[in-house]
Design a protein. Structure first.
Length: 243
């Protein structure tokens, strides 16, 4: 007859194992009680199972037993590490295979396409343009509705065209206030203009998102007006006019 050998832990191992079991029982009971009374929050629904799994893993190690859960977890982590290494390698190969001749001109073209569109619409001036390592375009779209070139050969025509464009913007539904005797139009920061800005930017660049806005308070009547909005264009294919 085979005599089954029992697991015998030394005093330190036994104390640690019993404490870990006690902690696991408490977490399991708390999870049971909250589920039973429909009192389990989404936050604790993520914390308690993870805590129980961690305790169980610690006990398995104390018993020198590599549980299936632990083994599968380690295998998943290894697969993820292998996949990440492969992705980085492919990105490196792809980056090395792309010619950089003309890259500066391409980036200048993309940036100027964005700023020319914003200027033509009537808001003028794009600053802090950047192209990120992930292939995104970021910039601050500023609001200079009072902009008139100081070096134009047609100042009278420019001023008439400027006034006409401001009136068109008002007729389109933009909320605009004036300072200095109607010489300085400002775009009001309100829900109407915010919704219009999102629609305007995304109608031209579908992948774009406005992630931050800045405003300031007018001196005349204390109205908050837009200073600039920070825009991300996530797909550079959105920028060229003829896609």
């Amino acid at each position: 007859m085979n005599i089954q050998e029992n697991v015998v832990l030394n005093p330190d191992q036994k104390a640690v194992a019993l404490k870990t079991l006690k902690d696991m029982f408490f977490a399991a009971k708390q999870l049971h009680d909250w589920i039973d009374t429909d009192a389990l929050s989404h936050e604790m629904a993520g914390i308690l199972p993870s805590l129980i799994e961690s305790h169980f893993t610690d006990i398995s190690k104390q018993l020198t037993y590599e549980s299936k859960l632990t083994k599968e977890k380690e295998e998943r982590h290894q697969q993820i590490r292998t996949a990440n290494t492969r992705v980085r390698e492919l990105e490196r190969q792809l980056g090395e295979s792309k010619p950089i001749d003309g890259l500066k001109e391409q980036l200048r073209y993309l940036a100027s396409t964005v700023s020319d569109w914003w200027n033509k619409y009537g808001f003028h001036h794009v600053s802090d343009e950047n192209f990120t390592q992930y292939g995104h375009y970021t910039a601050r779209f500023c609001f200079m509705l009072d902009h008139l070139s100081m070096y134009s050969d047609t100042p009278v025509t420019d001023k008439r065209t400027w006034k006409e464009r401001i009136q068109e913007l008002i007729e389109e539904g933009w909320d605009i206030v004036f300072q200095d005797g109607r010489r300085s139009p400002q775009l009001v920061d309100n829900d109407n203009n915010r919704a219009r800005l999102v629609k305007l930017v995304q109608s031209r660049f579908p992948s774009a998102k406005i992630i931050k806005t800045r405003n300031w308070r007018t001196d005349d009547d204390g109205v908050f007006t837009f200073r600039d909005v920070e825009v991300y264009i996530y797909d550079l294919q959105d920028i060229p006019e003829n896609k």
